[in-house]
Ligand binder design. Structure first.
Ligand SMILES: Cc1cc2nc3c(=O)[nH]c(=O)nc-3n(C[C@H](O)[C@H](O)[C@H](O)COP(=O)(O)OP(=O)(O)OC[C@H]3O[C@@H](n4cnc5c(N)ncnc54)[C@H](O)[C@@H]3O)c2cc1C
Length: 1010
């Protein structure tokens, strides 16, 4: 049975103003809570927990001694995240030395007070002593040191394993169930929800493995028996991102075709055994999709197991849409197509990905945050959702997951007043003290979320728990800190929310850059309201190429621009800057229209189009600000009786020649920089993408750029471009394109008589990503796929050479192969498409020939399956292994990745050798580094002759003013576009020295004024 997932939005807009949402939240709670009674109930719990603090080796104690805000705490967290996965001793030693070497465990940074002061000092001394056995950061150790350092590393590994153990109930489901049985002996009201640990699946094989492990767990829990009720029995929690590689809104059809049947299988098994199966809540851009799946599954349950009450969903209270989600789940239950509807379980959590949600909203320039920005807003939302769940208790069995004593007491009060059945939940390894007291004082039941898995699978989960326990705002953290008074710890979130409801705690994404320029507006493509205008624009856009210009047109335009120069450069700087800002604002408001043009003319995917329009908007605003800050007249210091002034002004007519791969952003960046510096501009876009350039030029004219300050010339490079470069009025050239053409322009300029004309050239790259064995393979593969294949590899920053450490190369390659197999190559107008076509037939023929050559000369590692009939010029993303870095000779401007290994058994044995060999290729644009060894990343960046180094992320998508972009060597002349030094190159400089004492003497000095 195949089901379509309805894409209609079920929830309100995710980015409503926080104040508005908080007002609704508070309304929901009016008259429902007696907070003094809440405090009276919770205070003894707090006191009792504080009187019996957790043992020294417990995480809570460790994090109190070394909070994650300190360098020591951070070092512990980073070791915990990475050390266990490092297979080779050399790297493990380097990582340990790096992290322990950064932190001050030697006493100064240690705790001043606290119940474990002495123990903490002893352990600090032990770590400090151990550090002596470790080499200096990333340098290879000597023999003696090597022996000592191996011992230290082994001890550190052991310590992290013990730390991890606190959060894992067992390595296998059997072991976990034995442990659960032991715990239940001590407390009969405990039930468990098992979670099979792991990262989201990157490959189909991983997803199948998770499916098998969930099924195995379900069978083990059922043990062949049917439980009396899902409330009384143990159950499982599942992560949908583990069961399908592309659990994304853009892939709805595949989610319906692949993921839905998988979850249905699990649901059938859980229903047959009458157990609880809960779907974990993940990122906010998956929320609508998760509800669509939930409803489809509800329809299935209504048809097959209508009496089953164990199907559940986790709901995150930190989301601004939380209350609506609760109502939606209740609606699905009531409207389920079976007699009397269904009854579900809902686990209410606050939410585990707060920092990630904030970062995503800022990066993507979203209209707001999908989550609250004050902790007490989340706390208030949690209580409001709880109240609503209790109201819906006829169709929902509420499960309240929190470790916060105040929240627990408030829930118990509300639920008992309404006489609703419910349970509390906690994570294994957390909140044990509080629940010991809660269970002693109240009759509530408690379910423990119990992760199951090996150490390797624990790391991401462990880090989330470390963050949660270590954050200053977290209840668990404050509970362990005796300096926080119980009144403060148990303060009502409602009072605080009433006080702060108008003001978000963080600047909105649009205000990211402070009081200066506004951040450009992005769009959340997972949100129908945001996506629809873009899709409509794409559907309505048709592009018709304009006629080409001739060399005669070039001369006429250059004469006009030459004449226009005087008037334009005399315009006050503030006026020129204001025109740029007006252009930026106009473009920002016309995002859908320009996305439509980019999809239709440059064949870019929607995500790439949004990023490109934003970059162009940022260029306009950034260069306007930069011009005012840097190009204004400056008084220079000098002797008395003299005034010295430095002025920057336009050079004359600037020729701007831009490529097709960023037909808006690069075109706009060149043109507006030249204009704001006071030049007039002859702009020649690539012949493949004239329409988008023409529309932007129109926009500039409308914003106030005079007709004789900017001329657009269409034509082939060899005719129009060459005529422009060679023209006698050309005062400067700004070029982005191939190294060959840059050389040609350089030679033409050099051969010209007359003034010496400056050239700003930005060209290609043979960009590498260096990966060591501390890197997280999932992160590496995500970064590689984005960097090498997004925009079909047609970016000068794109990854061409992946350099993998031999100890982990096979695993990374296997994951990469799996991830490549999941990419969608096709029509860029389709939201589901990841990789669009190549730009034209010529590029397609050249790239296809290069791939054929590689098929003969290198080892094919992986290739994305492609339906070549779906759209013209689709080239399958492909990866080849080569033997040496030096084998890479030329830039292949498409989705073709080379992979090479490094390490003791390879041609490049050390990090330094890798960097030297990459430098020797002669290009110098971007470099990716994937390592958890900070000193190593710093050393690589210092040695690399490249313009942009990206550590532990992808290496594309430089943001204006944040990552100024441009390289050196064969990659270009600089200065960097979108950086503080760019505009200077477009200017002529003049100093004016006036002898103010010339007319009769130095009056100012004599008057005592100078
Ligand atoms: C049984 C169980 C299952 C869970 N399942 C999931 C799940 O499926 N998905 C998921 O995301 N999480 C899940 N969690 C994790 C859960 O989100 C955290 O454990 C929880 O947020 C901690 O809340 P608390 O009430 O214990 O602590 P508190 O200290 O009272 O609250 C901490 C929480 O407040 C929120 N917060 C912190 N700072 C801010 C801020 N500045 N602005 C707004 N909000 C802020 C965050 O959500 C943070 O986690 C689960 C937890 C349990 C116990």
């Amino acid at each position: 049975m195949s089901t379509r997932l309805d894409p209609a939005p079920r929830l309100p807009f995710p980015y409503r103003p926080e104040a508005e949402v908080v007002a609704t939240t508070l309304q929901q709670l009016q008259g429902r809570l007696d907070w003094p009674a809440v405090v009276a109930q919770a205070r003894p719990w707090v006191q009792a927990v504080r009187e019996q603090p957790a043992p020294f080796w417990a995480l809570e104690s460790l994090l109190r001694e070394y909070p994650i805000s300190s360098s020591e705490g951070l070092a512990l967290m980073r070791l915990a995240e990475a050390l266990l996965r490092v297979p080779d001793a050399e790297t493990a030693i380097a990582l340990t030395a790096d992290q322990l070497g950064r932190a001050e465990f030697d006493g100064e940074g240690g705790p001043a007070e606290g119940p474990h002061k002495m123990l903490a000092q002893i352990s600090a001394s032990a770590i400090a002593l151990s550090k002596r056995f470790l080499p200096e950061s990333d340098n290879p150790p000597g023999l003696l040191q090597r022996l000592g350092s191996r011992t230290v590393v082994a001890a550190t590994v052991r310590a992290i394993q013990l730390l991890g153990r606190q959060f894992v109930l067992g390595r296998s489901i059997g072991e976990a169930m034995d442990e659960a049985a032991a715990q239940r002996k001590a407390e009969a009201r405990l039930t468990f929800s098992y979670d099979m640990l792991g990262e989201g699946a990157r490959t189909e094989r991983d997803a199948e493995r998770y499916l098998v492990s969930y099924r195995h767990a379900l069978r083990a829990i059922a043990g062949g028996r049917m439980a009396s009720s899902p409330m009384a029995a143990d159950g499982i929690s599942i992560k949908l991102s583990a069961l399908f590689t592309r659990y994304e809104d853009a892939q709805r059809e595949r989610v319906a075709a692949v993921l839905l049947p998988r979850v249905r299988q699990l649901v059938d098994e859980a229903a047959a055994a009458n157990l609880n199966l809960t779907i974990d809540a993940e990122e906010s851009d998956r929320l609508e999709l998760s509800l669509a799946l939930f409803e489809a599954l509800a329809a299935h349950i209504a048809a097959t197991h209508p009496a089953w009450q164990g199907f559940g969903l986790a709901v995150q209270a930190y989301q601004t849409r939380a209350l609506a989600v609760v109502d939606e789940v209740a609606r699905i239950a009531r409207e389920a197509p079976c007699e009397g509807g269904l009854r579900f379980m809902v686990r209410l959590v606050k939410g585990a990905y707060w920092d990630g949600e904030v970062k995503r909203a800022q990066e993507a320039g979203l209209p707001g945050y999908p989550v609250f920005t004050h902790k007490h807003h989340t706390d208030a939302s949690y209580l409001a959702c709880a109240a609503r769940l209790i109201e819906h208790h006829a169709v929902i069995y509420p499960q309240f997951a929190t470790h916060n004593a105040g929240t627990i007491a408030a829930i118990v009060q509300m639920a008992q007043r309404q006489g609703a059945a419910f349970e509390m939940q906690r994570l294994h390894g957390m909140g044990e003290g509080v629940y010991r007291e809660v269970l002693a004082a109240t009759p509530v039941a408690c379910r423990v979320y119990a992760p199951v898995g090996e150490h390797r699978d624990l790391l991401a989960y462990l880090v989330r728990r470390l963050l949660e326990n270590g954050a200053n705002s977290s209840f668990v953290h404050q509970l362990a800190d005796a300096a926080v008074a119980p009144e403060e710890l148990l303060a009502s979130p409602l009072g605080a929310a009433t006080r702060t409801q108008a003001a978000p705690a963080l600047p909105l994404p649009v205000a990211l850059y402070g009081a200066g320029r506004a951040n450009s507006t992005g769009a959340d493509l997972a949100c129908v309201a945001q996506r629809a205008p873009l899709e409509t624009a794409v559907a309505m856009t048709h592009v018709a190429p304009p006629p080409m210009d001739t060399p005669a047109d070039v001369d006429a335009a250059m004469q006009r621009l030459h004449r226009g120069f005087e008037a334009w450069h005399q315009r006050p700087l503030a006026e020129r800057a204001a025109i740029l800002r007006a252009a930026g604002d106009a473009l920002d408001a016309r995002l859908p229209e320009f996305c439509g043009l980019l999809v239709k003319e440059a064949h870019k995917t929607l995500g790439d189009c949004v990023a490109e329009v934003r970059e162009a908007v940022d260029f306009c605003r950034y260069y306007a600000d930069q011009a005012e800050q840097r190009l204004a007249e400056q008084e220079l210091p000098g002797p008395t009786g003299e005034r010295n002034t430095l002025r920057l002004k336009g050079r004359g007519v600037f020729v701007c020649i831009s490529p097709w791969n960023f037909p808006l952003a690069i075109f706009a960046g060149q043109v507006v920089a030249a204009l704001v510096a006071g030049n007039t501009v002859a702009a020649k876009p690539a012949e493949q993408t004239p329409v988008v350039a023409a529309r932007f030029v129109e926009l500039l004219h409308r914003a106030g750029v005079p007709a004789d300050a900017l001329a657009l010339l269409h034509g082939l490079g060899e005719t129009v471009g060459a005529a422009l470069v060679a023209h006698p009025h050309t005062a400067g050239v700004c070029f982005t394109g191939s190294t060959q053409v840059a050389r040609l322009i350089n030679r033409t300029l050099a051969a010209k008589d007359g003034s010496i004309v400056p050239l700003i050239a930005e060209t290609g790259g043979l960009n590498a990503m260096l990966v060591d064995s501390t890197a997280l393979p999932e992160q590496v593969v995500d970064a590689v796929v984005q960097s090498a294949f997004r925009s079909a590899g047609q970016r000068c920053s794109a990854l061409r050479l992946l350099v993998l450490h031999e100890a982990t190369a096979d695993g990374v390659i296997e994951m990469l192969q799996g991830a490549m197999a999941e990419l969608v190559v096709g029509d860029p107008a389709q939201l589901a498409t990841d990789v669009g076509p190549l730009i034209d037939d010529e590029a397609f023929a050249a790239l296809s020939a290069a791939v054929q050559r590689l098929e003969r000369e290198a080892r094919l590692l992986g290739r994305t399956p492609v339906d070549t009939a779906a759209f013209p010029r689709l080239l399958a993303p492909v990866a080849f292994e080569i033997g040496r870095i030096a084998e890479l000779k030329a830039e292949l401007f498409g989705p073709v990745l080379h992979v090479v290994r490094w390490g003791p058994g390879q041609a490049a044995k050390t990090v330094d050798e890798v960097v030297a060999q990459v430098n020797a290729l002669g290009y110098g644009l971007t470099l990716g580094v994937q390592t958890r060894i900070d000193t190593r990343a710093e050393r690589i960046a210092a040695a690399a002759r490249v313009g942009n180094v990206y550590v532990n992320r992808n290496m594309i998508g430089a943001v204006v003013g944040v990552q100024p972009f441009g390289g050196e060597g064969l990659s270009g002349t600089g200065p960097k576009a979108g950086g503080p030094h760019y505009l200077y190159r477009f200017c002529a400089e003049q100093t004016v020295t006036v002898n103010t004492a010339a007319a009769g003497g130095n009056a100012e000095l004599l008057a005592g004024l100078a």
